[in-house]
Ligand binder design. Structure first.
Ligand SMILES: Nc1ncnc2c1ncn2[C@@H]1O[C@H](COP(=O)(O)OP(=O)(O)OP(=O)(O)O)[C@@H](O)[C@H]1O
Length: 329
């Protein structure tokens, strides 16, 4: 279990992590989501005692990191896959870590096997592909067989096989009762992996919720209807007890009614339809809406602009209730 209480980090005047309080529990994958620059890596660094909070506390199984005996046996982390010594073999890199943390040497070969790098164990990481580097970083995280695992953007730059492998690994670790904490800026990725979500924007906590709850709240299904006779359609739907929302463009969005029933109703009342389409709110867009006002950089018509220069109250998607058709996540 990882516990954060009022954790804050300032660099000069800038508050990068702002009073974060949440728990990361065992037996599940907790996704740590936020747009670029939200403060995820800084938070993870503070969890690992690589950065000191300006205020607040982090506890690992009730203890401060510095109080942990053999910390790699408690908590293993992939923060920066390039952190390995490029001139030493993959095996030697892990061997150094093992020796300095009183981990048996035999464990090095075990983890190399587990991450699929046994064949290149004697090669130097500087010649490794991005995916091989990530696997080596994960081998280091697994070395102490820790109860808690932390991965910072582990799928970045990986091919589909590598992504699938990491997803499966995280799910397996959680199924074995481990605490798995993984950061990402992609909701779609988390929807496939995480049981629980902690969302931050500009260092602040925006959501701390189970994945099913987030999906239930944000993946609303509805039918979009457009007609040149809006009043007639509106009256017909209201007479049938159906609640509609009108978009700024004048379309109707009707939740929780089958598309067939709406088509039949329109036909019964002789209403001409120009559109009748079932849609889902995408989880990715729900996430963008949630974090949009808190995003540090957003793409404007002239490229990326600091968000504060664009007015924080503005809807980041450019229009109300942005939604897309198609499958969630
Ligand atoms: N040592 C530092 N000194 C000053 N500012 C820093 C320092 N480290 C991070 N920051 C700033 O803190 C903010 C949060 O950075 P952080 O890397 O934690 O975000 P992140 O959510 O991990 O983003 P990304 O997804 O882009 O990695 C950024 O504005 C960054 O520029």
């Amino acid at each position: 279990m990882i516990e954060l209480a009022g954790v804050t980090k300032r660099y000069g005047e800038k508050v990068v992590v702002d009073d974060l309080t949440f728990h990361v529990r065992p037996g599940s994958v907790t996704g740590f989501l936020g747009p670029n620059g939200a403060g995820k890596s800084t938070t993870m660094r503070m969890m690992l005692d690589l950065d000191r909070p300006t205020a607040g506390q982090v506890r690992i199984d009730g203890k401060r990191y510095a109080e942990l005996r053999d910390p790699l046996r408690y908590i293993g982390a992939l923060l920066d896959a390039k952190a390995m010594h490029g001139g030493r073999s993959a095996r030697d890199n892990l061997m150094c870590l093992a020796l300095s943390n009183r981990i048996p040497a035999a464990r090095v070969d075990e983890v190399l096997e587990e991450v699929g790098l046994a064949a290149v164990a004697r090669k130097r990481p500087k010649g490794f592909s991005l995916g091989m580097g990530q696997r080596l970083g994960i081998a280091a995280a697994l070395l102490g067989d820790p109860e808690i695992l932390m991965f910072d953007e582990p799928v970045n730059g990986l091919d589909p096989e590598g992504i699938h492998w990491i997803r499966t690994l995280m799910r397996d670790l959680a199924a074995k009762g481990r605490t798995v904490f993984v950061s990402s800026h992609l909701m779609s990725e988390m929807a496939l992996t995480a049981d629980h979500l902690v969302v931050i924007g500009r260092g602040r906590l925006l959501a701390d919720t189970s994945m099913p709850e987030f999906i239930a709240q944000n993946s609303r299904s509805f039918v979009r209807m457009r007609t040149p006779e809006p009043e007639k359609l509106h009256d017909a739907l209201c007479a049938a007890g159906i609640v509609v929302e009108t978009t700024p463009e004048g379309a109707f969005e009707v939740p929780d009614v089958p598309v067939e029933r709406l088509g039949e109703l329109a036909a019964e009342h002789g209403v001409v339809l120009h559109e009748l389409s079932p849609e889902h709110a995408s989880l990715e867009e729900a996430f963008i809406r949630m974090t949009g006002a808190a995003a540090e950089y957003r793409t404007g018509p002239h490229g990326a602009l600091p968000a504060q220069a664009r007015g924080a109250a503005e809807d980041p998607t450019g229009h109300r209730g942005a939604r897309t058709a198609g499958k969630d996540a």
